[in-house]
Design a protein around this ligand. Structure first.
Ligand code: GLU
Length: 419
C-alpha cells in the first residue's frame, strides 16, 4: 500500500513491472524509477455564485526531475484523485522520454465536474488552484498544460495568476495557452493531428488503404474530435463517435465537419440526431479498421479486448487498456496493431514543448513549421518502437515503454544517487 494505491496507479505499476522484467532491472532499482518524486495536495476554496463557500481538492504529482522540469496536463473531473494523477504523471514520464523531450512527467487536477460551475466560478477555481501551486511550479520546475476538462482559457487564467504574483508576464509557466496569450499555432490540434498521422503510418505498415477504411472514435473532446476530423479529411469513413452524452452510428459514414460544428456550439454531441443512437459500450466492438479510444482510462478490459474487431487500435486517451486486456492483445498482435498511448497521443506534449521553447526564446514559428517538426518527432518515435518490437519480438506497448524507461534509467544512472 502507498498513498497512491488505487486501480489506476495499480495499472501503471503493473505495466512498469512488465517492462522491468523485460529490461532485467534489478528489484532494488525499480522503486526509484516508479515512485513519484513529489505530490502536492491543496484545498481550493471559492465563493459560489449563491454566496456560499465551496472547497475543492486539488493535486499535482511530479514523477521525476532527472531530465529537466516536469511537464503534464491538469485534469478537471469528478474522478480525479491522488492515485489517478500519479499514474498519469508516470505515463507522462515514459511518453516524454520516448519522444526525446527534456522533461520528467507530471500531472495535476481538481476533483470537480467543471460543467457544474458558472464561468465566474470556474475562473475563481482555476486561479485559486494555480495560486496554491505557486511554491511548487515554475518554468524550470514544472510546466502545466490542458487535459480532460480544461482548455486554453483555463491555461490563460493559470498564466495570468502566476504572472500577477511574479510581477511580470511569464508565458512559459503553462502550455496550451491561447495564441493571443503566448500560445503556439498548432497546439490545440496537435494531439488529434498526431493520432491521425500515426494511424496513417500504421496503415502504410499494414498496407491498409485509408481511402476505403472505416473508423470508430470514442470521445469527442479536443483530442477525439480533431482526430476524427483529420481521419475524415484523409478519406476515412468515420462510422461511429461518442461522448459522455451518448454514441452515434452511421455505417455510411458520419458528417464529421458538421458534428464538430455541432459539438463546439452545443458543448456535446447531444441533440445532433435521435436516429443514429448506439450503445456506447457496444461501439468499441463493432467491426472497423481503426478504433480510437479518446476518452478515459480503462475502457478496454479483457472481455472487450477479446472481442475487438479493428485492425488498428490507436490509443488517443491515456491508459485506455487494462493490463488484463494487454495480455489478450499481445496474443492478438497479428490481428490488432496497437499504437500505444504514450506514442499515439504524444503529439500534444511535443507541441507543448515547442510552445515552451518559443516562449523562452520570444521567437514564434509558423504553423507549418510546428506541424513539420511535430510529425518529424512522431515519425522517429514510431520507427524506433516498430524496430524494437520487431527486433525483440515484443508487444508494441512493451517496446514503447521500454524505450522511455531506459532513457530515464540511463539518465538516473549517469547522474548518480545524491548525496
Ligand atoms: N495532457 C496532455 C497529455 O496527457 C498534454 C500534456 C502537455 O502538453 O504537457 O499528454
Amino acid at each position: 500500500m502507498t498513498a497512491y494505491s488505487g486501480p489506476v496507479f495499480e495499472m501503471a505499476a503493473q505495466q512498469f513491472e512488465v517492462i522491468a522484467e523485460y529490461l532485467c532491472i534489478p528489484e532494488d532499482a525499480r522503486a526509484r524509477l516508479l515512485m513519484p518524486k513529489r505530490a502536492v495536495m491543496v484545498s481550493c476554496p471559492i465563493h459560489r455564485d449563491d454566496g456560499t463557500t465551496a472547497v475543492f481538492e486539488g493535486y499535482r504529482v511530479q514523477h521525476h526531475l532527472t531530465l529537466g522540469p516536469t511537464k503534464g496536463g491538469t485534469r478537471f473531473a469528478p474522478s480525479v484523485d491522488l492515485g489517478e494523477v500519479a499514474a498519469l504523471a508516470v505515463w507522462m514520464s515514459w511518453k516524454c522520454a520516448l519522444v526525446g523531450l527534456p522533461y520528467g512527467g507530471a500531472k495535476g487536477g481538481i476533483s470537480v465536474d467543471p460543467s457544474s460551475l458558472s464561468k465566474r466560478e470556474l475562473e475563481a477555481l482555476s486561479r485559486r488552484y494555480m495560486q496554491e501551486m505557486i511554491p511548487f511550479v515554475g518554468p524550470h520546475t514544472d510546466v502545466m498544460a490542458p487535459d480532460m476538462g480544461t482548455n486554453e482559457q483555463i491555461m490563460a487564467w493559470f498564466m495570468d495568476t502566476y504572472s500577477m504574483y511574479q510581477g511580470q508576464t511569464i508565458t512559459e509557466i503553462v502550455t496550451g495557452k491561447p495564441v493571443s496569450a503566448g500560445g503556439t499555432l498548432g497546439r490545440r490540434e496537435a494531439t488529434g493531428r498526431g493520432v491521425a498521422h500515426l494511424v496513417h503510418r500504421a496503415a502504410d505498415e499494414l498496407k491498409l488503404r485509408l481511402g476505403s477504411a472505416t473508423a470508430v472514435v470514442q470521445g469527442f473532446g479536443n483530442v477525439g474530435s480533431i482526430a476524427a476530423l483529420e481521419l475524415y479529411n484523409m478519406g476515412v469513413k468515420v462510422i461511429a463517435v461518442s461522448d459522455h452524452t451518448g454514441a452515434l452510428h452511421q455505417p455510411a459514414g458520419l458528417d464529421i465537419p458538421k458534428l464538430v460544428r455541432h459539438a463546439s456550439s452545443q458543448g456535446s454531441l447531444a441533440g445532433y440526431s435521435n436516429e443514429l443512437g448506439l450503445d456506447p459500450l457496444e461501439m468499441l466492438t463493432i467491426p472497423c479498421d481503426i478504433l480510437a479510444p479518446a476518452a478515459v482510462e480503462r475502457v478496454i478490459d479483457a472481455t472487450i479486448a477479446a472481442n475487438l474487431r479493428c485492425r488498428i487500435l490507436a490509443e488517443a486517451a491515456n491508459g485506455p487498456t487494462t493490463p488484463e486486456a494487454d495480455r489478450i492483445l499481445e496474443q492478438r498482435a497479428a490481428e490488432v496493431f496497437l499504437i500505444p498511448d504514450i506514442l499515439c497521443n504524444s503529439g500534444g506534449v511535443v507541441v507543448s514543448y515547442f510552445e515552451w521553447v518559443q516562449d523562452l526564446q520570444r521567437l514564434f514559428w509558423e504553423e507549418d513549421e510546428v506541424m513539420r517538426r511535430e510529425y518529424q518527432v512522431l515519425d522517429r518515435a514510431f520507427e524506433r518502437v516498430l524496430a524494437r518490437s520487431k527486433r525483440d519480438k515484443v508487444f508494441n506497448r512493451t517496446a514503447a515503454m521500454a524505450i522511455g524507461v531506459e532513457r530515464v534509467r540511463g539518465a538516473k544512472e549517469t547522474r548518480g544517487l545524491f548525496p
